[in-house]
Design a protein around this ligand. Structure first.
Ligand code: ZN
Ligand code: ZN
Length: 134
């Protein structure tokens, strides 16, 4: 079970899992959305992902050409989770908002071509310069 919330506590979410993937995305959109060098992302099935509270959605065309939808708390602005239109069966939890972020163990880094040199991770990850084709 994965549970999390925003900074002010107005939005809470939960997923029974399973974790589908664990990546760090360094694309410029994730950098701008988070104000950081990238976003650690946990993929879970959207079907069983639920949330409560006031969410504001940002819709920006993603690498797939379809909107990448990022969900923020409308009260405090915390970046919480994604609901990409390119993969409607998927919810992407932004790991810093988890109640227990230590449950996350990244395996893969995406868009490393856009990652600043100062943000190299301490652990060994499978690196992709962009988004790998399926
Ligand atoms: Zn909030
Ligand atoms: Zn990204």
């Amino acid at each position: 079970m994965f549970t999390g919330q925003c900074l002010c506590g107005a939005v809470k979410y939960q997923s029974p899992g399973p974790a589908l993937f664990a990546v760090i995305c360094h694309c410029r959109d994730c950098q701008r959305a988070s104000g950081s060098s990238g976003v650690p992302v946990l993929g879970v099935p959207k079907e069983s992902f639920t949330w409560s509270g006031p969410v504001k959605q940002s819709r920006v065309t993603g690498g797939s050409g379809l909107p990448a939808v990022r969900n923020f708390c409308s009260e405090c602005g915390s970046l919480l989770f994604g609901t990409p239109e390119s993969e409607p069966q998927l919810a992407t939890i932004y790991v810093g908002s988890l109640d227990d972020p230590t449950s996350f163990c990244p395996k893969v880094a995406l868009y490393t071509s856009q990652r600043p040199a100062w943000a190299k991770p301490a652990m060994q990850l499978v690196e992709h310069a962009a988004l790998p084709r399926k």
